[in-house]
Design a protein around this ligand. Structure first.
Ligand SMILES: [Zn+2]
Length: 292
C-alpha cells in the first residue's frame, strides 16, 4: 500500500455496506503464499533507490548460498527469505547486517498474521567500535550501557586481535535506522567534563552526511540544508576496510548477550513463538577481563 492510500485510509469513514463486508476468513481455503513458510524472514531495502528484483535475488542467493535460502519478492524493495530450519534462520540473523548492491537491508521475523504495511523495519544490528575508553572500562557493564544508548546489545567481541580490547571495544548493537547514527558515547569523568568516546561502524556504506540517517546520501536528504554549513557527519564514521576483522561470523570469543527471538509457523499452529536457546553471556563467559 502506498503512503497516500495509507493516509487516506486513516481518516476514511465507512459506509454501512462496507462495514457489513466482514470477511469470515476461517472458511477460506488455505492457498496463501505464507502457508508453507515455517521459518521465514522479511527484508527491506532501506534506500529509496529500487533494486531490481532479479539482481537482489541473484546477489543475495550467492552470498547466502551456505544458508539454503529461498527468496521471493513481496513488493518492490521487500523480500521474503524462506530457510529450511531454525538454525539457518538464526545464522541469517546473526550474520547481519546484510547489504545488496551497496544498500542496507533491514530484516525482521516473518509474521504471517501481519500485512506488509504492519511490519516494522526500523531496527538493524550493526558491529561498532568504540574508541577512547580507558582499558579498565572495557567491561560487560560498559558494553551494556553502550547498548542501552542505541537500543539493545547483541554481542561483545572478547577476542584480543586487531586492536580490539586495546584500541577499541567491539560490540554488536541494535540501532534504530530512522535515528541519526551516534558519533560518540560519553563517559563521565570525576573532576572534568565527560570524555567523548568516538564510534565507528563496520561495513557502513550509504548514510547521510547531513542528518546522519542510514539509507540515503546527502544529495537525497529531505531536510533543508543551510548553505555553507559544515557537514556534521562524514566518511570518518566508517571503519576503514583495511582494518576490518578477518572473521565476520559470530564465532568463538564473541559473547552472545541477547537471545534472538525466533518465530516458527506451522499450518496447524499458525503462530508459535519459540524462545531462543542460544547460550547467554552468563552461561558461556562469566566475565571478560578488564585488566591486562
Ligand atoms: Zn539526510
Amino acid at each position: 500500500m502506498d503512503a497516500n492510500l495509507q493516509a487516506l485510509m486513516a481518516n476514511m469513514s465507512f459506509t454501512g455496506a462496507e462495514k457489513a463486508a466482514l470477511l469470515d476468513v476461517a472458511h477460506f481455503d488455505d492457498i496463501s503464499m505464507a502457508a508453507d513458510v515455517k521459518y521465514g524472514l522479511v527484508g527491506k531495502v532501506l534506500s529509496p533507490r529500487l533494486i531490481n528484483d532479479t539482481t537482489f535475488i541473484c546477489v543475495f542467493s550467492n552470498i547466502m548460498a551456505e544458508e539454503k535460502v529461498e527468496i521471493m519478492d513481496l513488493k518492490p524493495g521487500v523480500f521474503l527469505f524462506k530457510v529450511p530450519s531454525e538454525m539457518h534462520l538464526r545464522n541469517v540473523v546473526k550474520r547481519g547486517p546484510w547489504f545488496v548492491d551497496g544498500e542496507s537491508i533491514a530484516i525482521t521475523m516473518f509474521r504471517p498474521s501481519l500485512s506488509l504495511d504492519e511490519y516494522n523495519f526500523d531496527k538493524m544490528c550493526w558491529w561498532i567500535r568504540v574508541y577512547g575508553l580507558p582499558l579498565d572500562k572495557m567491561t560487560m557493564v560498559t558494553a551494556r550501557k553502550i547498548g542501552e544508548c542505541f537500543g539493545a546489545l547483541d554481542y561483545v567481541d572478547g577476542r584480543q586481535i586487531g586492536g580490539n580490547l586495546g584500541d577499541y571495544f567491539r560490540l554488536k548493537v541494535e540501532l534504530t535506522v530512522t535515528n541519526p547514527l551516534l558519533r560518540v558515547v560519553m563517559l563521565p569523568n570525576s573532576n572534568d567534563k565527560p570524555r567523548a568516546c568516538p564510534i565507528q561502524y563496520e561495513k557502513l556504506n550509504k548514510f547521510c552526511f547531513y542528518c546522519g540517517v542510514l539509507g540515503h546520501e546527502v544529495e537525497l536528504c529531505s531536510k533543508e540544508m543551510p548553505q555553507g554549513v559544515a557537514l556534521p557527519y562524514g566518511p570518518w564514521l566508517r571503519v576503514p576496510i583495511e582494518t576490518r576483522m578477518p572473521q565476520q561470523r559470530v564465532c568463538r570469543g564473541i559473547i552472545a548477550v541477547r537471545d534472538i527471538e525466533v518465530l516458527t509457523h506451522d499450518r496447524d499452529t499458525p503462530t508459535l513463538p519459540a524462545l531462543a536457546d542460544a547460550p547467554s553471556f552468563s552461561t558461556i563467559a562469566p566475565h571478560i577481563p578488564c585488566k591486562r
